[in-house]
Ligand binder design. Structure first.
Ligand SMILES: [Zn+2]
Length: 336
């Protein structure tokens, strides 16, 4: 570290940088975060280094957003890129003040409602719903740009399969539209959910429905636990006598039947087999890592064994039959 000027010593001296835990209040919420402070080597008093201070503020901001499930600046930028839309047109489309999103891009922290709306736009079908209703608020040029971007996305997402788009619309309508603690703050994402299922079927062995229900739950919970803010598929889960299950899971698997999976009844229950190949395209490295962890943990386990194991989770013990399972319990999950 270079020499830094110390007011008390009235000279530049070597500084020591210490990692310290500080609590700051952001938007009325106390945020505990590890920061780095510099101290004068001569007198030991704190010295101010602008770069260090900026980095500390960034850490606080990140911690606050992660703790509260608030969208980050990078995520907002990604949304603008994804739909090829500017900050002002997007604000107009959402019916917000013209400079609202510009301010968020400069680092102002959105309130929860705005943050949730922005997070939900990550899912193309949510964005397209807003766009269809409010596109007259955009200039013709902006509208054309968005339409082209959405066409590109659709082709990428559905790989030319209209079927998926249709089913995606129908299933999406059935699930929570707004991100909340019961879907792990992500709107339902059919493509990701399908790929999670195909991931567990890629060995070629069928998996019983009751086992798949738990695997999906563990994937979402672990994703939420590791990221501390977001699950993966956007499914909601309920407490069932056999363990946690996705809401309307029969309907869910039923609507994928003959397109992505096969369903075969036997005396033990419904077996799910793969009809399509697993693709890593929709997942980030962190998400793939979650899938691997869950797969390795439950490798070779019977549906019954996974069920019994899931009964030991706090999330299961703290809820009763038919209740929604909050993602709050992810912090106590046995996997990490
Ligand atoms: Zn000093």
């Amino acid at each position: 570290m270079n020499k830094v000027y110390c007011y008390l010593c009235d000279q530049s001296s070597e500084v020591t940088v210490k990692k310290e835990e500080e609590i700051h209040t952001i938007k009325g919420t106390p945020v505990k975060c590890e920061v780095e402070n510099a101290y004068c080597g001569q007198c030991g008093s704190k010295v101010y280094i602008p770069a260090l201070n900026d980095a500390n503020l960034d850490r606080m901001d990140h911690t606050y957003r992660r703790q509260n499930g608030i969208i980050t600046v990078q995520e907002i930028e990604e949304i603008l890129r994804q739909y090829n839309i500017g900050a002002k047109p997007l604000a107009a489309m959402l019916g917000w003040g013209e400079v609202t999103i510009l301010r968020y891009l400069k680092g102002q922290i959105p309130d929860r409602a705005h943050s949730n709306t922005l997070l939900s736009l990550k899912a193309p079908y949510v964005f397209s719903r807003y766009f269809k209703q409010k596109q007259e608020r955009l200039t013709p040029v902006a509208r054309t740009k968005v339409l082209r971007a959405m066409e590109g996305l659709n082709t990428k997402l559905i790989g030319g399969k209209d079927e998926l788009y249709e089913r995606s619309q129908r299933l999406s309508q059935a699930y929570h539209m707004q991100p909340d603690i019961y879907n792990g703050f992500v709107p339902f994402n059919l493509e990701k959910m399908v790929q999670v299922i195909l991931f567990f079927l890629k060995s070629g062995d069928p998996v019983y429905e009751t086992g798949m229900n738990k695997l999906l739950w563990y994937v979402d919970m672990l994703c939420y636990k590791r990221s501390q803010r977001q699950a993966l598929t956007g499914l909601c889960y309920k407490h069932n006598i056999y363990g946690p299950v996705p809401l309307w899971y029969s309907y869910l698997y039923g609507s994928l039947d003959d397109v992505y999976i096969t369903l075969v009844e036997d005396k033990y229950g419904t077996q799910i087999g793969a009809l399509a190949d697993f693709s890593t395209d929709v997942f980030s490295d962190d998400e793939l890592d979650v899938l691997e962890t869950v797969a390795n943990n439950f490798k070779g386990w019977s549906a019954k064994k996974i069920s019994q194991y899931s009964h030991q989770e706090t999330a299961y013990r703290q809820t009763t039959n038919g209740q929604f399972i909050s993602f709050e319990y992810a912090r106590d999950l046995s996997l990490s």
